[in-house]
Structures are given as C-alpha cells and as structure tokens.
Design a protein around this ligand. Sequence first.
Ligand SMILES: NC(=O)c1ccc[n+]([C@@H]2O[C@H](COP(=O)([O-])OP(=O)(O)OC[C@H]3O[C@@H](n4cnc5c(N)ncnc54)[C@H](OP(=O)(O)O)[C@@H]3O)[C@@H](O)[C@H]2O)c1
Length: 334
Amino acid sequence: MKNILITGASGFIGSFLVEEGLKQGFQVYAGIRKSSSRGYLKDDRIQFLEFDFSTREKILVTLEDCRKNNIRFQYIIHNAGLTKAQKKEDFYNVNCRNTVHFIEALIQAEMVPEKFVFVSSLAAYGPGNPFTGEPVRLADEPKPIELYGKSKLDAERYITALRDFPWLIIRPTGVYGPKEKDYFVFFQTINRGMEPYIGFKKQILTFIYVRDLVRVIYLALASSHVNKAWFASDGKEYPSELFAQITKKALGKKTVKFTVPLFLVKTIATIGEHVAGLWGSTPTLNTDKYNVLKSTNWRCEVEPLEKDLGFKAEYDLEKGVAETLEWYKREKWL
Ligand SMILES: NC(=O)c1ccc[n+]([C@@H]2O[C@H](COP(=O)([O-])OP(=O)(O)OC[C@H]3O[C@@H](n4cnc5c(N)ncnc54)[C@H](OP(=O)(O)O)[C@@H]3O)[C@@H](O)[C@H]2O)c1
C-alpha cells in the first residue's frame, strides 16, 4: 500500500483529496494543525500528522517521528494554503515561506517523495488580457494582481528552481463544491432574491468543480510527468450572468438585479483598508480584492492538461452547482 500525505487536509479541497486517496487504496496521512477541525475527516482509516510549518525545525520533528515509525511518503500533496488573510504578510508566510520550510525539511530528512504536488492557483498568473480576451497560457509571463497570487508565484519560483525534486504544480481557477465558503456567499445572496454585479463590464469567469480538481491531482500523481505545471478548469467559460442564471434555476428563485459601480467598490475598499489598517488587520473587501473583482477575463488554457493527463471535466457549472446546492440544503447552510 502506498502512503500519501495531504497537507491542509481539514479544509474544503483537502477533505475531498483525503476521500479520494482512501477510495484509491492509499494509506492516507492527513497533515493538519493542532487547531484544525477534524469534522470532515471522520473515516477511521485516516492517520493524522500534526505539522507546524512555521519553522523547518518543527517540521523535522514530525518527519523524524515518521521515520522512527517507518513511515515514508511515496506521494505528497501540499494543499495547505491561505486564500484570505487577516494580515497582508500572512499570504507570503503561509503560501511561500511555509512551503520552502516544508521542502527544505523533506530534503534534510531525506524524505523526498516520488511526487510532490503543489496546489497553486490561477491567481499566480493573474487574469488574461482584457482587450484580446485571450486565455492565460502556460508560456505567458505571470502577472499576479494581488498578494495571494504573488505569494503562490513566489512559492512556485522556489519550487521550479529546485534540482532533482519531483514537483508538479496545479493552478486551479475558482474551485466550488460542497463545504466551500466563498462562492457560498454568492449562492446565499441569490437565495435571498438579490443578484449583485460589480462594474458594468462583462466578466468572463472560469470554474472547476472540486471533484474534478481532485481527479486532476490524482491523474497527475499517477502520470509519468514530473516538473510540469498545468492550469485546471472545466474547460468552459461563463459570463457572470450565466453563473447567476444557473444558480437561480437550480434554486428556483427570482431575483432583483443590481450593479455596484467599480468606483464605489474601490472607495469602500480603500477606506476600509485604511481604517482596518489602524488596528493592523485587513478587511474582506480590500484593494487586492477590488483588483480581482474588476478583472474581466479569467480564461485559462486547459488543452495541455487535457492532452498530458487525458483529463476531461465530468462536471460543468450546471451539474456542479446543482450537486453543491443540494449539499448546502441538506446540511442546512441554505
Ligand atoms: N478554493 C479555491 O477556489 C482555490 C482556487 C485555487 C487554489 N486554491 C488552493 O487550494 C488550497 C486549499 O484551499 P481551500 O479552498 O480548500 O481552502 P480552505 O478550506 O481554507 O483550506 C485551507 C487548508 O490549509 C490549512 N492551512 C491554512 N493555513 C495553514 C498554516 N499556517 N499551516 C498549516 N495549514 C494551514 C487549513 O488548516 P486549518 O483547517 O487548520 O485552518 C486548511 O486545512 C490552498 O492552497 C488554496 O490556495 C483554492
């Protein structure tokens, strides 16, 4: 039986990665923090490993314990990451610095796996050109537009410069599905009869359903590829009104449409950031978030992923949203 370590196992994507690992017959090690919830990790075949990624030495303590117990990982999925942060520096610390510590510790402990997948993000490359509408391509120069994306890119730059390290990088676009908390706010808003838009320009969004993303990651592990990166989306593109239409249809709701002009969003973001900054924190709507919200082209190329891994999404937005909303309703989130 092969061993797989999944970091960030307690979160939305991590818990699906754990479920799939068990289904595929791996011995799954869920990498979590002392403070992490185990609410989505109930299967008693799961082995837990507590990691503190803040220093290489602390990671080495956990790895040494593994060695003493003859545990070696054939595969590692480094999925732990921060998508929202209280303090700006947290993005760099968690997404880049912790990744560096983790890899340095694996190398020092001579526990480099056969494959190491880093879960990055389309945000590391930023949006596509708004004028040509061309998708972001693997050959493009990365142009992240916010600190989250920059921190993922910094981690990627460290990883891709490594010699003799079997990395793979997956850059998902927006991931949605059961347990997810950010798109959930949009579903909740539609459910309450409101249909908000930001800015008057048409936005093209891309998505991947969590179960499809998990398939991508396991296909990458099982493939003969190393030292390669791919963008991951369901291969379709969705104008923002279509996202709303699909959601309304699935919820059977009528809504009132309204548009918040960009200048107003920017003003709120700038003032909010200034005020919260006095207390050393960052509000949810900040200038970084504004940069993301105003971007109109989130297309990314998926042909290399389809060609290299034989991936074809099983879920389009309609099917994925229906399954997601069913879960939210069953769990009484909606
Ligand atoms: N959701 C998306 O749309 C999307 C898109 C592209 C890429 N990604 C990437 O996918 C990965 C998983 O994201 P998600 O959406 O599943 O987010 P999530 O639900 O917030 O899960 C994040 C996971 O990372 C762990 N984590 C956060 N800070 C940590 C730290 N300092 N040390 C150790 N573990 C830490 C969390 O542990 P706790 O439970 O203890 O907090 C949690 O298990 C992230 O790397 C994210 O950047 C997500």
